[in-house]
Structure formats: structure tokens, C-alpha cells
Design a protein around this ligand. Structure first.
Ligand code: UTP
Length: 290
């Protein structure tokens, strides 16, 4: 079984749910405390053994490229002020030279289309897909948990979580088969079903390990729910040829493409910080008293 070395980060979406913040700034650059969402996702991928990173960008996303580069003038100032801690942190963000590639999705035609835009950069090997706006707070990074599971069962693996019945129309929903520990067989997949038509409440979230055949399927994929080319539809088509599992990850997922989810993630991450956690906790306690 080939190891998972490559990760695709689709960052071409418009982020309309987060306007006006995302008018001129990529949604993936929204910070949780002081770190952009995309950096959390890249760190998670590297912790899972990913060596090659592919960003599928779009118009207005150049801030992401700048973030994963050295910043000479800024570094000079930090160095002259002897701010060595943050300087070292900044120098680690880009990773090894040449380990990040960029391609562009000219039109936001959907997640499946964004992933397909990376087809020439994904060699004929399994690859991960991470959606940075799904931020997962866990002891073991979510993608690492999935890679460990992948080494047992292979095939396609998608991260899943249970969602309220009334939210099934926001997700790809699984028709589940047998479950063993954290892995559940996937018998079918439906994109954004109405609550009354959903085969379960088990929803696919933004972490995937996929076989390259999914890219071949995407080459012929028609648009689906919402007029977009859906990744879920391509994974559903691959079910007959590739064993596919849902993975119930350990951890808490925050939908940071949604304003409430983003605020909650900020609180959860801030409370654990040594530098600001106590102040934030005190403030929340004060709010509860009033
Ligand atoms: P979303 O479904 O959250 O869509 O995309 P969006 O356009 O970014 O945001 P809203 O719904 O308008 O607020 C999930 C992930 O897929 C990427 C997004 O950048 C995000 O990381 N995506 C989505 C693309 O790269 N291209 C697309 O055409 C659509």
C-alpha cells in the first residue's frame, strides 16, 4: 500500500457566509486566536506525515501564498528587536523549500472541481484533502488518526461526525454499513439530502484520504447539489470499485466557515492558551454573573 504523502487544500471558495470579512481576505486566513485557519490545517497535515502540499487557490487568495513564504523585512525587524521566539515560529511556516505547489481554480465551480484542478500535481498515488474551515481540536491530529486507520483498511476514507437531523441538508450524508471501532463501512453517500430523506445523521466533514481513481471520475463529473461539482458525488461513484469507510475521529470539530462556529473555536482555543486563557476564563465567568 502506497503511503499518503500528498495533501490537497482547496482554498478557492468565495466564503460568502463570512462576508464582509471575506470581501478582500481569504476565508482560510481568518485567525483562531493568532493563527490562520490554513496554518492549523497545514500543521495537521505535516504531523500526519504529509510531505507535499498543493493549494488550489483562486482570485484574491494571494495572502495565502505570502503567508507560506519568508517575510524578509519583517524578519529583519524582529531580529533587530531580538524577538527570537516569534522569528523562529515564522521561519517554520513555509516548510522545506519546494514542498508547496499552487494551482488555480479559475471559477469556484465546487469542491469536486477544486480537487480535480490538482490532478496534474497529484501523481498516481493516494492523497489527502483538507478543508481548512473545518478545524478539529484533538489530542492526536485528525489526519494522523485517519492515516493510521488507512494503513489498516486502505481504500477511500472520509472523516464523519453525527449532526442534528435538521442539518443533513448542509453535508454529504452516509448510508452506513457495519461499524468496527471508529470505522464504519459506507454503502452509499448523498449530498445535502433533506432531513426527511437522509439515510442517517452521519455527515462527511472536511478530511479525506482518496485514491487517484476519484480524480478520473471527477473528469466526467456533472454538477450536482447547488449546481456545484461535488466531491461527495465522485466518492459515491467510486463505491463500487474502492472500499470506502467513514472514520469517527476523536476530537471536536468547529465549522469555522460559519460565524458562530468561528467564535466558538476562538473561545475553545483561547481558553487553553497559557498567555490569555486565564483572562478569557475570567471574562466568561463575569458574563455568566451578569
Ligand atoms: P464551502 O462549502 O465552505 O464554500 O467550501 P465557500 O465558497 O468557501 O464558502 P461559503 O459557503 O460561500 O461561505 C469548503 C471548502 O472548499 C473550498 C473552499 O475554499 C473551502 O475551503 N472550495 C469550495 C473551493 O476551493 N472551490 C469551490 O468551488 C468551492
Amino acid at each position: 500500500m502506497k503511503p499518503v504523502r500528498i495533501a490537497v487544500f482547496p482554498v478557492g471558495g468565495l466564503g460568502t457566509r463570512f462576508l464582509p470579512a471575506t470581501k478582500a481576505m481569504p476565508k482560510e486566513m481568518l485567525p483562531i486566536v493568532d493563527k490562520p485557519l490554513i496554518q492549523y490545517a497545514v500543521e495537521e497535515a505535516r504531523a500526519a506525515g504529509i510531505e507535499e502540499i498543493i493549494f488550489v487557490t483562486g482570485r484574491g487568495k494571494t495572502a495565502i501564498e505570502d503567508h507560506f513564504d519568508y517575510a524578509a523585512e519583517l524578519e529583519q525587524v524582529l531580529s533587530s528587536r531580538e524577538k527570537n521566539g516569534i522569528l523562529t515560529e515564522l521561519r517554520e511556516i513555509p516548510g522545506p523549500p519546494g514542498s508547496i505547489s499552487y494551482t488555480r481554480q479559475q471559477e469556484p465551480l465546487g469542491l469536486g472541481h477544486a480537487v480535480w484542478c490538482a490532478r496534474h500535481l497529484v501523481h498516481n498515488e493516494p492523497f489527502a484533502v483538507l478543508l481548512a474551515d473545518d478545524l478539529i481540536k484533538s489530542d492526536v491530529p485528525c489526519l494522523k488518526q485517519m492515516v493510521d486507520a488507512y494503513e489498516q483498511v486502505g481504500g477511500n476514507i472520509v472523516a464523519v461526525t453525527e449532526v442534528p437531523q435538521e442539518h443533513t441538508n448542509r453535508y454529504g450524508i452516509v448510508a452506513p454499513g457495519a461499524r468496527k471501532d471508529r470505522l464504519v463501512e459506507i454503502k452509499g453517500l448523498v449530498e445535502k439530502p433533506k432531513p426527511e430523506e437522509a439515510p442517517s445523521r452521519t455527515a462527511v466533514i472536511g478530511r479525506y484520504i482518496l485514491q487517484p481513481v476519484v480524480l478520473d471520475i471527477l473528469s466526467n463529473q456533472q454538477s450536482g447539489a447547488g449546481g456545484e461539482i461535488q466531491l461527495t458525488d465522485a466518492i459515491a461513484k467510486a463505491l463500487t470499485v474502492i472500499p470506502t469507510h467513514g472514520f469517527h475521529f476523536e476530537g471536536t470539530r468547529f465549522d469555522c466557515g460559519d460565524k458562530a462556529g468561528h467564535v466558538m473555536a476562538n473561545i475553545a482555543f483561547a481558553l487553553e492558551r497559557e498567555d490569555i486563557g486565564a483572562d478569557v476564563r475570567q471574562y466568561i465567568a463575569r458574563l455568566q454573573l451578569t
